[in-house]
Design a protein around this ligand. Structure first.
Ligand code: SAM
Length: 293
């Protein structure tokens, strides 16, 4: 694992909580210790309905969600973004629609803008549909991109291979004269670049280790693939920005922030998961403490 060469910032978005640390506490209490407008980006995957019990350490329903959403909105800087990665459970044959209800609460009650509805498409699923199933194989999750005003940072990732890379595009002037030569393409002709901007559907490997490079995280029941977190960190933040994950779990967001030279602050309510997260970031935090001593 590559250690970050950066000396991590220990200045904090609050006098009461240290930065580049996941705090073992309820995120609602934690966010109340943070200053208003102190976070550039939130990258998080909250509990989805009651799909997992998470050692029964926490409670999750729409009332708890509302409190989380209100606090996230308060600590988010103007121009900051929330990446809210969610999915719904199916109850008595129908999807709950909690994801949409949450998204609309952020928009209607918190005043955030829905910048984009993105899809995380999985490469593998535990429950493939068969001929007798009543719906198609569930293979995606939502990533709602919510912003406080206009997003202040947008670095679109350009890694979609262009089918016509290397060929010349003549723009609109692609007609020929009678003798076969091209009409003057003028300044509009250009060689097509090798890569273009990706679409808003991201197909990400979640099988073979759940998209994790860290073995420490395997025991967590619902991790976010590192590449999903990394794509959003790179798109919606700059180096040295501060990123919050209120539901840190086994520390995926923390690891990605350390690798990409961003500061992070996190909360995790369950002691076992918090311990996983602490072990996972040791290679980097070790480095910081060595440098500080
Ligand atoms: C979907 S998991 C997040 C996984 C994480 N993205 C990762 O990759 O490891 C949700 C996590 O939120 C934690 N949690 C639930 N309610 C919480 C709360 N009120 N405050 C802090 N953590 C909470 C759970 O214990 C669980 O680890």
């Amino acid at each position: 694992m590559v250690k970050s060469e950066r000396l991590l910032s220990t200045s904090t978005p609050s006098m009461k909580l240290s930065l580049n640390e996941t705090h073992l506490m309820n995120c609602i209490d934690g966010m109340q210790l943070m200053d208003e407008e102190s976070v550039d980006l939130v990258v998080t995957s909250p509990p989805y309905d009651d799909l997992r019990t998470y050692n029964d350490s926490s409670k999750w329903d729409h009332e708890v969600f509302k409190s989380v959403a209100d606090n996230l909105t308060r600590v988010l800087k103007t121009g900051g973004v929330i990446m809210w990665n969610v999915n719904d459970s199916t109850v008595k044959g129908s999807e709950t629609g909690s994801s949409f209800r949450q998204c609309l609460y952020f928009m209607d009650q918190c005043g955030l803008k829905l910048h984009d509805t993105m899809i995380y498409e999985k490469t593998g699923t535990a429950f493939a549909s068969g001929p007798k199933s009543v719906r198609y194989t569930q293979i995606f999750e939502y990533c709602f991109i919510l912003s406080k005003g206009k997003p202040k940072t947008i670095n679109l990732i350009q890694d979609k291979k262009n089918a016509w890379a290397g060929y010349t595009s003549f723009g609109n002037a692609k007609t020929r004269k009678k003798d076969g030569t091209m009409n003057d393409p003028g300044k509009k002709s250009k060689v097509i670049r090798e890569y273009g901007v990706r679409t808003n559907i991201w197909k990400i490997k979640n099988s073979g280790g759940f998209g994790q490079s860290s073995k420490a995280s395997y025991k967590h029941p619902a991790t976010m693939p590192e590449e999903l977190a990394r794509g959003h960190v790179l798109t919606w933040s700059d180096v040295n920005d501060t990123i919050l994950d209120p539901f840190m779990g086994a520390g995926t967001t923390a690891q990605v922030c350390l690798e990409e030279n961003r500061n992070f602050i996190g909360f995790e309510i369950d002691e076992t998961y918090h311990q996983m997260c602490m072990e996972r970031v040791l290679p980097w935090t070790d480095n910081v403490f060595t440098r500080l001593s």
